[in-house]
Design a protein around this ligand. Structure first.
Ligand SMILES: Nc1nc(=O)c2c([nH]1)NC[C@@H]1CN(c3ccc(C(=O)N[C@@H](CCC(=O)O)C(=O)O)cc3)C=[N+]21
Length: 280
């Protein structure tokens, strides 16, 4: 029997614990504040922004949402970021990715103060994470670690294979897993004998952005499968990067899409904001 890792439920538990911490902060006159900047229109991003807003309100974080036109220049965005970097009332700044083509993501990521970098994407925070001394955590990988821990799934000494090498998921996931004593392999689009490698995994983390790409052939019986994908199939239904039906009674654990990794990403964003406010 395959156990589904219920991210939706765990995220609720995380949020209720955060509520107590924001109450303590508010009693000291500190209102945890998160600024979310979205440039241009993107329906998927809009859903994400709405979900974040709802979660923030629930846990007692003040979320400031800024929706800028798609024609916004890089300098305008940088000026805004600088304003919030200087503002002691703001504890977290998130710029929604992807950005329109006239704006360089790398420049923007480096412009956010590492102390307010709730995504953990600033090179300083990436470096600290890879050195095993994290100061800020990327939300999706952290959410995955929390989900595994909640189900008592040990990672120390396990073979962890990560499909995908993005800055948002694959690479920071590898760092976190190494920090937790896993043996880690990253695969990507140029990897040869892909299925032979992924079949070695005790824990397989899939973040490739290709709907239902991972079938039974890629997975050792009894493996733990973490699906980070969010794709719409031909019928317009939300599917992961993993073929769910193939995993049932094959994988030991599986994260569902939706209701798995996604809600945990948002919960961790809230947690990081509260942690920054507590440090302020
Ligand atoms: N700077 C930045 N940081 C991000 O973390 C970031 C980003 N930009 N850009 C976009 C992606 C996407 N992302 C999602 C997180 C949660 C859900 C989520 O809550 N999903 C739910 C609901 C899905 C639904 O209802 O459609 C679920 O999987 O159950 C979705 C998408 C964060 N991203």
């Amino acid at each position: 029997m395959t156990v589904l890792l219920d991210g939706k439920k765990l995220a609720t538990t995380v949020r209720s614990k955060l509520k107590e911490r924001t109450a303590t902060l508010r009693a000291k006159g500190i209102i945890p504040r998160l600024v979310v900047i979205m440039v241009g229109d993107n329906s998927a991003s809009a859903v994400y922004v709405r979900n974040k807003k709802r979660a923030a309100t629930e846990v007692g974080i003040e979320a400031v949402d800024l929706h800028l036109p798609g024609t916004t220049s890089q300098d305008e965005l940088l000026a805004l970021i600088d304003q919030y970097n200087q503002d002691p009332k703001v504890h977290g700044i998130l710029v929604q990715l992807p950005l329109p083509q006239q704006i360089d993501e790398k420049v923007v990521t480096q412009a956010i103060s590492p102390l307010k970098d709730v995504d953990g994407f600033h090179p300083m925070n990436v470096g600290q994470l890879f050195m095993g001394t994290p100061q800020a955590f990327p939300c999706t990988p952290r959410g995955i670690m929390e989900l595994l821990a909640a189900y008592d799934i040990e990672v120390a000494g396990k073979n962890v294979v990560i499909m995908g090498r993005s800055n948002i998921v694959g690479r920071p996931m590898a760092a976190l897993m190494v920090n937790h004593d896993a043996t880690v392999t990253i695969t990507h689009s140029k990897t040869q004998n892909l299925a032979a490698i992924t079949r070695q995994a005790d824990i397989l983390v899939v973040a490739i952005g290709r709907g239902e790409f991972v079938t039974k052939d890629f997975v050792k019986p009894g493996a733990v499968v973490v699906d980070v994908g969010m794709n719409h199939n031909a019928e317009g239904k939300l599917v992961g990067d993993v073929k769910r039906d193939d995993m049932l009674d094959h994988a030991s654990y599986l994260t569902p899409v939706p209701g798995g990794v996604g809600p945990m990403t948002i919960a961790m964003l809230m947690q990081q904001t509260v942690e920054f406010a507590e440090r302020s």
